[in-house]
Design a protein around this ligand. Structure first.
Ligand code: SIN
Length: 477
């Protein structure tokens, strides 16, 4: 067995076809990588019942013991970084450099929450009566469920599983059907680290059946979902009957504002990183770039040069910076946005078409002359297409940036300190990058406002999503 096969040594992963299984393909080559067993609804209910027993035992362990096991999982992730990254590139398509970065990012959540496990502290409150002691303790919410996307096949799992396990919860993860192999590989390492199999289960199958079981089974006390706003609304609605705790990390429509006084090199570099990370397939990717009139032409020129230099190819090949898009629908969507924008007056500065590499490769594209009536101004592009809008005043830029129901991430580039504060506070978003296009890390609270979701992941706040407060009133009179 080679190192990657060892990572996939899970009973639900096969190299031979399964009658009711999922076929997992490499989006860069079309090759079949593996087959994955699907879980029926009765099987899932059984897994949930077993998780309940496992959770009680896990919660009874000391915080130190849980932390030590998470540390061990973290170390195994780091030791297996290269193979986890290769596996991710094979099933998701992103460049190996990005996959290596994602494994570090994913492992970072495990380390962070191993540390946080030891700081789930309660409170003693100042009592109204001398005979009463008022206390607050924090307890795990119980059995939890996660539904994770294909764009970050490792980090979106650890960002949910690590705080859940640190808090003393069980977690059942449903990864995206395009990228379940990274989820199984992480589970294999978690089991090696000492995390019980019933406590951290990975399941696959029909998304609607699994999601409905999560919302309908009363044992599941919390669901954490990363994905589209449409599905998030469905989960929110379906969770009402059992009043489940929810974390929803939904779609974005991130604006990036470049003012006349910005350091243009920095602004172009930040836009490149924010827009073309993962080939434009992240929720926090810049969707709309607004540039002040004085630097508009120069910014567009420099951005187009940089985007045109990005090297496309199989993410495993040396020097490749952009992999394929996840599937044919993603390509069709980007093409439709470009066609609509060109029809409404945009100019294509670079890219604009499918790559000669074929498959789902698409050329990194920059459009100038973008306007508010274009579809790409309202919808999340989720691809390597960067539209650039022109603005005159700060007030106009802020108004345009906020003209969306989404509220996940926003970015601005300016050297003026007063403007940095003023605009950052005026932007209606959960996260704002100032003079940077990369904001995600385990220390910071990730999450959005408005239609972009509920709750925060990572950071000192993230563990609270897996804890309940209990108030104790002790009368000693
Ligand atoms: C996402 O796109 O869902 C997550 C992006 C990130 O963690 O930076």
């Amino acid at each position: 067995m080679n190192a990657i096969e060892q990572l996939l040594n899970h009973p639900d992963v096969r190299t031979t076809p399964l009658s009711d299984g999922l076929k997992i393909r490499n989006p860069a080559t079309g090759d079949t990588l593996a087959y994955v067993r699907t879980t029926s609804v009765p099987q899932l209910n059984h897994i949930i019942a077993k998780a309940q027993t496992a959770q009680t035992e896990w919660a009874a362990k000391s915080a130190l013991e849980r932390a030590d096991i998470l540390w061990c999982w973290y170390r195994l992730m780091k030791e297996n970084k290269e193979n986890l990254a290769r596996l991710m590139t094979m099933e998701q398509g992103k460049s190996l450099a990005e996959s290596l970065g994602e494994i570090d990012y994913a492992a970072g959540f495990i380390r962070w929450f191993a540390e946080e496990a030891r700081r789930i502290d309660g409170d003693i409150l100042t009592s109204l009566k001398p005979t009463q002691k008022l206390m607050v303790i924090k307890q795990p919410v119980g059995v939890t469920a996660a539904i994770t996307p294909w764009n970050f096949p490792a980090a979106m799992i650890t960002r949910k599983a690590a705080p859940a396990l640190a808090a003393g919860c069980a977690i059942i993860v449903k990864p995206a059907s395009q990228t379940p192999l990274s989820a199984y590989a992480q589970a294999v390492l978690a089991y090696r680290a000492g995390i019980p199999q019933d406590l951290f289960a990975v399941v696959n199958g029909k998304a609607a059946d699994i999601s409905n079981t999560f919302t309908q089974n009363p044992i599941i006390r919390k669901i954490s979902f990363t994905g589209s706003t449409e599905v998030g609304i469905q989960i929110f609605r379906n969770s009402a009957e059992h009043i489940k705790k929810l974390s929803l990390e939904l779609g974005g429509n991130a604006p990036l504002l470049v003012f006349d006084d910005a350091d243009l090199d920095k602004a172009v570099e930040g836009t490149m990183l924010s827009k073309f990370r993962n080939s434009g397939q992240t929720c926090v990717c810049t969707n709309r770039v607004y540039v002040q009139a004085g630097v508009y032409n120069e910014f567009c020129r420099r951005l187009a040069v940089q985007a045109g230099r990005l090297k496309l190819g199989n993410g495993l090949d040396k020097g490749v910076q952009q992999g394929p898009l996840i599937d044919a629908d993603a390509v069709a969507k980007v093409e439709a946005y470009i066609a609509d924008a060109l029809e409404k007056g945009a100019q294509c500065l670079t890219g604009g078409r499918r790559s000669p590499l074929g498959g789902t490769f698409f050329e990194p594209t920059v459009l100038s002359g973008a306007t508010a009536d274009m579809l790409l101004a309202r919808e999340e592009i989720f691809g390597p297409l960067c539209p650039v809008f022109k603005f005159e005043s700060e007030a106009e830029a802020v108004a345009q940036a906020n003209r969306t129901e989404a509220g996940l991430a926003a970015y601005l580039f300016t050297r003026d300190t007063a403007r940095q504060w003023r605009v950052a506070e005026a932007l209606e978003y959960g996260m704002v990058g100032i003079n940077t296009g990369i904001i995600s890390n385990e220390v910071a609270p990730f999450g959005g406002i408005k239609m972009s979701g509920l709750g925060r992941e990572g950071s000192k706040y993230g563990i609270n999503e897996y804890l309940e407060l209990k108030y104790l009133c002790l009368d000693i009179g």
